[in-house]
Ligand binder design. Structure first.
Ligand SMILES: O=C(O)CCC(=O)C(=O)O
Length: 299
């Protein structure tokens, strides 16, 4: 365990389990401010009828991407001072009209080679990580993330998989961070009165509602940022992302301002301009953003 920018970070646990909860990394007031900014950004988009962009291109939330405290933890976990950002930050706001058994997150990984461990992603430590800021209290409430412990290093199935499920019961100010190779599912639920016990997508459809902790009464606001070492894993992942349609939607109109780029440079964050790369390829008439779902790129 190491104290990094005022936060206790257990790097050994992170690499063993594939995820970590960084307790009290921020104050509740900071999370409330982040929440307000995200909602302001969302309402502005709704008013103007614009699509959501990469958060680094959104003046209301860009500064969260180059936050020194988050970068310090990323550097510590990745074991190198040179950390890169590749256009992967966004937010989502889910209303409180949840329908149990219908609004259920699905298990997935965020890496490039998701199911075949003989492919390049699995041949060395995976150097892409993701931070999740759940901007309301999930200590006793459903709606946090579910992760499947150790699945950043192996594929798990059957009862072994269920036993590995963990609920990120984050409070206001707690941050989740996970390997992008780990299996996880959004809109997680937990047992009523025992919030450390997860209920993944399968059991959410089976268990009676009274056994599950309720969702909060306010909207569920999540904000996510990915960082990586600038290595072969990242190169492969960037090539992969160019093929995804939701990236085309998100990056087509994402422009980083000179001020934002200067702030990133000051914070020592390398910015890989994926929106610019996408636009250039579009201009050349190359095929981009054709896959609506995960696809397998050649190895
Ligand atoms: O918590 C969620 O809604 C899903 C988050 C997720 O799957 C991700 O950030 O990759």
């Amino acid at each position: 365990m190491t104290l990094v920018a005022g936060t206790n970070v257990d790097e050994d646990k992170f690499w063993k389990d594939g995820f970590l909860i960084l307790r009290d990394m921020f104050t509740p007031a900071h999370f409330r401010m982040m929440r307000e900014r995200v909602l302001e950004s969302l309402h502005l988009r709704e008013k103007n009828g614009t699509k959501s962009t990469d958060s680094l291109a959104d003046p209301l939330v860009a500064e969260f991407v180059y936050d020194e405290r988050v970068l310090a933890v990323a550097r510590h976990l990745l074991g190198h001072k040179d950390v890169a950002y590749f256009g992967d930050s966004s937010y989502a706001v889910v209303g409180h009209d949840y329908q149990p058994g219908i609004h259920v997150g699905g298990w997935h990984r965020d890496n490039t080679d998701r199911s075949d461990t003989s492919l390049p992603d699995w041949q060395s430590r995976y150097s892409l990580i993701r931070f999740g800021f759940y901007l309301q209290d999930h200590r006793k409430k459903s709606g946090g993330l579910i992760v499947r412990r150790t699945t950043h290093d192996r594929l798990l199935q059957g009862w072994r998989a269920y036993l590995a499920d963990r609920y990120l019961n984050t409070g206001l100010g707690d941050v989740g961070v996970w390997s992008m190779r780990i299996q996880h599912a959004g809109l997680g639920r937990c047992i009523r009165g025992m919030p450390w016990l997860p209920i993944g997508p399968h059991w959410q459809k089976k268990l009676p509602e009274f056994m599950m902790a309720p969702f909060g009464t306010e909207e569920r606001v999540g904000f996510w940022i990915s960082y990586a070492l600038d290595d072969h894993h990242l190169k492969r992942h960037c090539d992969y992302l160019i093929g995804r349609s939701e990236r085309l939607d998100m990056w087509r109109d994402s422009y980083y301002s000179p001020e934002t780029l200067a702030a990133c440079a000051k914070a020592g964050l390398k910015v890989i301009d994926m929106p610019g790369r996408m636009r250039e390829m579009l201009a050349q008439g190359l095929e981009v953003g054709t896959h609506q779902k995960h696809y397998q790129i050649a190895s």
